[in-house]
Design a protein around this ligand. Structure first.
Ligand code: CA
Length: 216
């Protein structure tokens, strides 16, 4: 899953990006509204964390312009907790709303819920045969046994599972699993798929030659 954080407070931006990367997300950042809107329009992020008070273009304007073309789930951050702001956020198309200072674990949980809902899932577990993918714990179990996966392997399984039955193209996977600092020219994706097959069974991920991958 790939997330864009648009936040002008450098310390908060850096710590949020670090924390989300440790959670296994690919993370892009923008320090002002214009750069943020440009990135949000250019890529299909799984979610946006959007500060309200931003230089060049404020969070409301970013959201309003983004909503003309994209449904990306947006979690807004604000310094003020007023009903007027909350109403404005929801009316403009925000999907959720948090007041600074916020609890990091709560932000993680809200982002997971947004991403899940955007994929049409209301439960936080996905069952595929004997496998259970717990999106809250970011853990895969097979018949109750935890399967050790790297953060990237987990992200790949989760993305395919949330789009179960669909062929997900390599381009889409690169866009959602790797951030702008990753080297997308490498063949890491094949390595991850190959490792997952060793851990989860050869038939777990189907290759559609020339198209992409799927979990059936
Ligand atoms: Ca700000």
């Amino acid at each position: 899953m790939r997330i864009l954080i648009i936040e002008d407070e450098a310390d908060l931006l850096a710590s949020l990006a670090k924390a989300l990367r440790e959670e296994g997300y690919a993370v892009d950042t923008a320090a002002d509204g214009e750069e943020g809107l440009y990135k949000a329009q250019s890529w299909d992020y799984d979610a946006l964390v959007l500060d309200v008070m931003l230089p060049r273009l404020d969070g409301w304007s970013v959201l309003q312009r983004l909503r003309q073309t994209k449904k990306t789930p947006v979690l807004m951050l604000t310094a003020r907790d007023t009903a007027r702001d909350r109403v404005r956020g929801l009316d403009t198309g925000a999907d959720d709303y948090m007041v600074k200072p916020f609890d990091l674990n709560e932000l993680f949980a809200r982002l997971r819920a947004l991403i899940r809902r955007a994929a049409g899932q209301t439960r936080n577990t996905l069952d595929i045969g004997d496998l259970v993918i717990n999106t809250a714990a970011r853990r895969v179990t097979c018949a109750g046994q935890v399967i050790a996966l790297t953060a990237r392997e987990y992200a790949l399984v989760e993305f395919l599972a949330l789009h179960r039955g669909e062929v997900v193209t390599r381009t889409t996977l690169y866009e959602h699993l790797f951030d702008e600092d990753d080297n997308t020219l490498s063949n890491l994706l094949d390595v991850h798929v190959s490792n997952l097959r060793k851990k989860l069974g050869a038939g777990f991920i189907t290759t559609h030659r020339g198209h992409g991958y799927s979990i059936e």
